[in-house]
Ligand binder design. Structure first.
Ligand SMILES: Cc1cc2nc3c(=O)[nH]c(=O)nc-3n(C[C@H](O)[C@H](O)[C@H](O)COP(=O)(O)OP(=O)(O)OC[C@H]3O[C@@H](n4cnc5c(N)ncnc54)[C@H](O)[C@@H]3O)c2cc1C
Length: 433
């Protein structure tokens, strides 16, 4: 019968990657590193790599997690970034500022068993409230303060200083992967918006309305504003927009996007200069990346000599792809709380602000990496995609290359389906702040 004639699809690329954020870049890098001859294209709607959530991030990294998968992903990624900066002499803007996690007695008691384990391994040092008040000139006690009670500002009884923590310049990290990929012969298609993923039957019959339900299907490529691109394998690393492509073809990535914002202030007062240069926590001689008991954070940015302030709101903040920063959000929701703890910020206005998307997996807050036919999806960063980014790329690359295990930096091995939806194997993370 004429309609049973086989039509062989013309395949252009071996791997087509949608999204040039940290997940897409590191996936492309590790595929190419493993398989030098692979023809790879990375497509992004922006004009350059890493301009989505990657460029918007605070770049914070830590390795202290209780969940072994979280820990392995973070530690191997951080070790890789340190290797790139120290051994390959590529400046990634890494600042080992440490994380200072401030807690009241109640929360500290919950965390105590875990903190003691970290302490035994020399990974954290615990400071008491009087030392913190002295070093940081901060308010630590709000007993009888009605305003503090209204703001939900809890006392600072302890500060957990986690050492192998700090921040990285996410722009530089994205450039590192991009430059390496260009050297290795990977193609980039910027300013190219992927409108759809399109399906084809494995075996084309040339009949109308293919693929039919009984035909075995594959993701044959993408339709973009500039035309179709076909590939043997498609990898979706489209960050907070991944679901927009996947929902349309009936693939659930169990993650939704939510706006997150950062506000910066210059060191306009001597008190802020002094706070910025707080000594005694790290070799950088700057204030550590500090997390208040309310969840607000303050980061001393060494490159720009600014403070970065943020707070991740949950109930009331809808899931959508809106990325407009809201100046009022700072004055209504961040300023009053931060000033309560750090009076140095009183009457200081913001100088810059931006917003980006967390792709939140509410199940366990860890990345979601899975394979459907010839497509791999890596998303669900849940706000920790920079600090786990290299390992996520290695796991996604292993899945795309059909390997059962991924080898992470430093030789650690992990099942490549450990973060998939069906074979997911994640115990609850016990160190939450
Ligand atoms: C304010 C803020 C602070 C953060 N702080 C930290 C932190 O301290 N530490 C940390 O580890 N993480 C942090 N994160 C999270 C981190 O930025 C993300 O986890 C990480 O960047 C996710 O990378 P990604 O590659 O999945 O997404 P992205 O970087 O968003 O990349 C996705 C790419 O896909 C492209 N794309 C999407 N749809 C299409 C389409 N249809 N066609 C073509 N291209 C498309 C986008 O343009 C984008 O470049 C923060 C995020 C924000 C917003």
């Amino acid at each position: 019968m004429i309609w049973l004639e086989k039509v062989i699809a013309v395949v252009d690329y071996d791997f087509l990657i949608v999204g040039a954020g940290i997940f897409g870049l590191s996936t492309a890098y590790h595929i190419k590193r493993t398989n030098k001859n692979a023809e790879i294209a990375v497509v992004d709607k922006n004009l350059d790599a890493g301009q989505g959530a990657t460029a918007k991030s605070a770049g914070g990294f830590r390795v202290i997690f209780t969940n072994p998968v979280n820990r392995t992903l973070a530690e191997s990624s951080v070790d890789f970034y340190l290797h790139v900066q120290r051994d390959l002499n590529r400046d990634l803007g890494i600042v080992m500022a440490g994380y200072l996690i401030l807690q009241d007695k109640r929360l500290f008691e919950i965390n105590r068993p875990v903190v003691e384990r970290f302490e035994e391994r020399g990974e954290v040092k615990v400071f008491r409230s009087d030392e913190l008040r002295e070093k940081l000139k901060m308010n630590v006690n709000f007993d009888g303060d009605e305003e503090a009670e209204l703001l939900g500002a809890k006392n600072v009884d302890y500060g957990i200083l986690a050492k192998k923590c700090g921040y990285i310049d996410a722009d530089k990290l994205a450039s590192f992967y991009k430059e390496e990929l260009i050297q290795m012969g990977c193609s980039f298609e910027f300013n190219t918006h992927v409108e759809n993923l399109f399906l084809e039957p494995e075996l084309k019959l040339g009949i109308p309305r293919e693929p039919r339900t009984w035909q075995k299907k594959r993701i044959a490529g993408v339709e973009t504003n500039k035309g179709r691109i076909t590939a043997k394998n498609v990898i979706v690393t489209a960050g907070g927009w991944s679901h927009l492509l996947l929902d349309r073809i009936g693939v659930d990535c169990i993650s939704k996007p939510k706006k997150r914002q950062i506000f910066t202030v210059k060191l306009k007062k001597p008190e802020l200069e002094e706070l910025f240069h707080t000594d005694g926590f790290n070799e950088e001689g700057i204030m550590p990346f500090t997390f208040l008991p309310t969840g607000h954070y303050v980061r001393a940015d060494k490159r720009d000599k600014t403070f970065w302030l943020g707070f991740a709101d949950d109930l009331g903040r809808g899931f959508d792809t809106n990325e407009d920063p809201e100046e009022r959000y700072y004055y209504d929701n961040i300023y009053p709380v931060v000033v309560k703890y750090f009076p140095q910020f009183r009457d200081v206005s913001i100088d810059n602000m931006w917003a980006g998307l967390y792709m939140i997996n509410s199940l366990d807050g860890a990345p979601v990496i899975f394979k459907v036919e010839n497509m791999v999806v890596a998303t669900g960063d849940s706000g920790s995609g920079i600090l786990k980014g290299d390992a996520v790329g290695r796991v996604a690359a292993a899945l795309a290359l059909g390997k059962k295990e991924a080898e992470l930096y430093g030789g650690r091995r992990i099942r490549s389906d450990v973060l998939s939806i069906h074979n997911r194997c994640m115990e609850p993370e016990k160190f939450i702040f």
